[in-house]
Structure formats: C-alpha cells, structure tokens
Unconditional design. Sequence first.
Length: 249
Amino acid sequence: MTADQQLDAVSAFDDGCPIQLNNVIPELEKRRSLDSFYLNLAARNALVFLYSEIGRLEPQPASMAIKATIYKARLQLADIDRNLYGDYDLMIARHPSETDERMLIRLLAFALSATSSNDQGTLEFAKDMWDADEPSLWEKDLTGQLQHWIEVGQPEEKRLMRASSRAARVIVYSFSSSTSQWWNNIGSKVQRLGNLNVWQVPSMQSQALAMLANRSMKLDVTVQDGTIWVGDGRHSIEVSLHRLFGESK
C-alpha cells in the first residue's frame, strides 16, 4: 500500500475511532512526500540518461545511408579529333541501383569530356544518384565555379534549365530505347538553352558497352571522325553518337 492509500485509510478510520491518531497522520504525510520526491528523482535521472545517449548519436546524411560499391578503371584515351591523348586512373562510386550500362555511359562521358590537364579545373564523377543537386559528372574551375555539367539519362526540362543557369556548358547523354519519346516531350521546352548539347547513344551500343563492366577495368577509348571505339583487350565496341540538340564545336 502506498503512502497515499495508507493516509486515506487512516483518515477514514480516524473519523469513527475512539482513539485519536493524530500522531500517526504526520508520519504518513512525511512518507507521501518522500514517495513523491523519489519518484521525481527517478524520472529526472531517466531523462538525463536518455538525453546523454541521444547526444552521442551522430546523424548520418541521407547520401551516406546507402553504401556504394567502388569500381576502378584505367582509361587510355586517344582522341584524334581533339588531338588529346592521356591515361586516367578513375574510381567510380556505384549506387546499388545503377546498372552496368549506365556506369559505362558515365565512363564514356568522362572520356569524351576529358582535358589534357587540370590546370583550369578538374572533371569529376558527381553524386547524382545520391544528391539531386549534382549531375553525373561535373567540372569546376580553380575558383569552384561550374564550367561543365554532364547528365546521363533523361533529365526533366526543369533540371536542365537549372543546370544551364549554373554551368557554362551542359551535356546530356541519353542511352535508353525510350530516348526519342523523352526528347519529343521536352525538346521544344529547352530550345532557348544556348549552352545545352544533347546526345543519344544507340541502345544496342550502350547495352554492348555493359559487357565491359568489371570491378577493375582497363579500357582503351579511341575517337576518330566522330566514331568511338571502346575496348578492354578482348572486346571492342563501336559507338556512334547521334546529336539531338546543340551546336557542333
């Protein structure tokens, strides 16, 4: 029985009891106060412990919640059209939902946009599948300003408009068999974007590129007269891009 229950029982009994229990009631009042004190103390200690445990937790960004698989590629580039030759050691953080085909299109986009040096900036793989504010690849100058925004897939027109206002150049590489339908839907809406170029990779060729996917790749990329060859020493895939929008340079 709690102190409150004992006090109520004594009070009820005292009304009809010939013996006064005034000496008992103060003791019970004291016990009730102690019960309340210890209850409040226990609650306070529990809250202190809970807050201390919460304070130890470090919230993880949403982009870190999904673990990437790391792929490595050594890219040997011979771009005769641009008179550009070089070797590039690349590390690709692959999202769990990314296909071999899409990853190889990203590598192809890197090869077609690579520069001879990083003196004016660095071309890098970005985090588009983790972060909606980033493209598939981008290049920033030495001050951090966006120079080149590269999309892989079929972005919406609003995304392209936003990218066009942020970067000096915007390029899209679309590789799905539904590319024609996608471009018919948005092509007229992005006509005023003077810094936009859109390319279609034929779906049969992009699917063939997927055969080259490996955790550790050595790829040769040759570009001549607008035709691209990508090989790994065993297979060689020919890729012929089709321009959907933009001016040739």
